[in-house]
Design a binder for this molecule. Structure first.
Ligand code: ADP
Ligand code: MG
Length: 245
């Protein structure tokens, strides 16, 4: 398959003290691709996500987004973070600001949009995640699933080139998981490049182009979902799947 690479990691190594948390990671994510990252707890999935927008430094190797190496520090970093949207397990919304203000804030501060322009875009995005009628509410007045959809709208408001999701539904009550996954499914259909750490295997099967299986800081398998789920090759993957499926 000819891929137009949007994210390229080459020989990435990272340590926390003596812990070799990312070991010789090579990973290419093509434009428009959806890559689901799975693996046991502690295998380095969150760290991998965090290195991709330089919330973490690396000891060796290289990471490039859309052909540009990640900047070390300074202004380039704010620009990079705007291009790499990130959604975490915890939504981290500003509690004392309205839903609308939560989505508009970084647009004015980082993207330099005028307030009216930012609010217009926020309304569009809130509509897209099914929350058009909630704009004036405070986050605490929304359910967890709604708050996570606000967090997705907030990330999209920066017009990112790629969206990283780190277990976006893990903190949600079961009945709220699907509404968040549906928004993510729609994003994928719209062509967004996505890296998604999740335990939701239904999502992986239906939305992912590739499944990356990590264990002990390494990528053990990188295959199509069909291939991976029906015929895992490594003992680590077989063991992992037997516990979650
Ligand atoms: P996962 O997301 O797959 O559960 P993480 O990337 O969060 O894994 O963590 C990988 C390993 O790195 C774990 O052993 C974890 O305890 C360790 N770790 C994560 N963050 C830190 C940190 N800030 N300092 C030290 N060790 C860390
Ligand atoms: Mg994690």
């Amino acid at each position: 398959m000819a891929v137009d690479p949007l994210i390229e990691l080459r020989g990435v190594n990272k340590y926390y003290g003596k812990l070799h948390v990312l070991q010789d990671i090579d990973l290419t994510v093509g434009r428009g691709e959806v890559v689901v990252v799975i693996g046991p707890s502690g295998s380095g999935k969150s760290t991998l996500c965090r290195t991709m927008n330089r919330l973490e430094t690396i000891e060796s190797g290289s990471i490039a987004i859309d052909g540009r190496p990640l900047p070390e520090e300074g202004k380039g970093l704010a620009q990079l973070r705007a291009e790499v949207g990130m959604v975490f397990q915890s939504f981290n919304l500003f509690a004392h600001k309205s839903v609308l203000a939560n989505v508009s804030l970084a647009q004015t501060k980082v993207r330099g949009r005028k307030k009216e322009e930012a609010d217009k875009r926020s309304h569009e995005l809130l509509d897209r995640v099914g929350l058009a009628s909630q704009a004036e509410k405070l986050p605490a007045q929304l359910s967890g699933g709604q708050q996570q959809r606000v967090a997705i709208a907030r990330a999209l408001a920066m017009d990112p080139k790629v969206m990283l999701f780190d277990e976006p539904t893990s903190a949600l009550d079961p009945e709220m998981i699907n509404e968040v996954l549906e928004v993510m499914q729609q994003l994928a259909r719209d062509g967004m490049t996505m890296v998604v750490v999740t335990h939701e295997m239904g999502f992986a099967r239906s939305a992912a182009n590739r499944v990356v299986f990590m264990a002990d800081g390494r990528i053990i398998e990188d295959r199509t979902p069909d291939d991976f789920f029906t015929n895992p090759r490594s003992d680590r993957a077989k063991d992992f799947l037997s516990k979650i499926l």
